[in-house]
Each structure stands twice: as C-alpha cells, then as structure tokens.
Design a protein. Structure first.
Length: 131
C-alpha cells in the first residue's frame, strides 16, 4: 500500500524575518540536504538521527510529537506554515533558528523543496542547498 501524497504546503513569512525584511532573503532549498548538514548541530538530535534522517514518530518526545502533529494538521487543512529560518552556526554548519519541526515534518511527508529565510549576508553559504 502506498502512502498518500501530501498536499502542497502553503507558506507565510516567518515573523522574525518579516520584522527585519532588509536583513533576510528567501531561498528555495532542498530540505533533505539541509537536514544532512544540520545533523551536526547540538539541537538536531531531537528530530534527526546521526545520519541526518528524520526520526519516526515513536522516537520523538511528547512535545516534539505534538509539534509534528500540528504541522501535519496544518498541511492537511491547507493552513499556512511559517517558513523556517536558517543560519550558519559556529561550527560552519546549518542551524535552524525557527521552524525545525516544520522542515523535518515536511521532509518526512515527502516534501523536500521549500522556501526558507536566510540572512542576506549568508546567501553564498547556502548556494549548495538551493534548488
């Protein structure tokens, strides 16, 4: 039995980027590549395994599972999801400043191309992750 195809997500600007619009740029990224790099983050272990793959529902704590279910419900209903905010961390890897649950859930649902906000000064560091 095949998994039903998830509806295409609707996105809205993240309030952090919207409040500082001149400092942020929107990019269309390959989220699976982003997660592979993000796995090096100190915070990634909550959502991805050591290989950069999204953890299953059974491997999440209750709070993370609730956030995942909220993202799924918004996706199914056509409600807007906030664009994740990405940056470059102190170890030169990707950090997800906001929207990690959204990004990981969408990848799990088979949606790997999505818009994100990055600081305009960091565009060059993200070229490898753009589609």
């Amino acid at each position: 039995m095949t998994k039903p195809v998830a509806p295409q997500p609707v996105f809205t600007d993240n309030p952090v980027a919207l409040a500082q619009a001149s400092r942020y740029t929107e990019l269309l990224i390959d989220a699976a590549k982003v997660l592979q790099d993000w796995r090096q983050s100190l915070f990634a272990h909550e959502l991805v395994d050591s290989n950069g793959f999204v953890k299953g529902d059974d491997d999440l704590n209750e709070s993370r599972l609730e956030k995942r279910e909220t993202v799924r419900a918004r996706l199914q209903s056509g409600a807007a999801l906030e664009k994740p905010v990405l940056g470059i961390g102190i170890f030169d890897n990707i950090e997800i400043g906001a929207g990690s649950d959204t990004l990981a859930t969408l990848v799990m649902e088979g949606i790997t191309v999505l818009p994100v906000h990055v600081r305009s000064s960091q565009i060059d560091e993200f070229k490898h992750f753009c589609v």
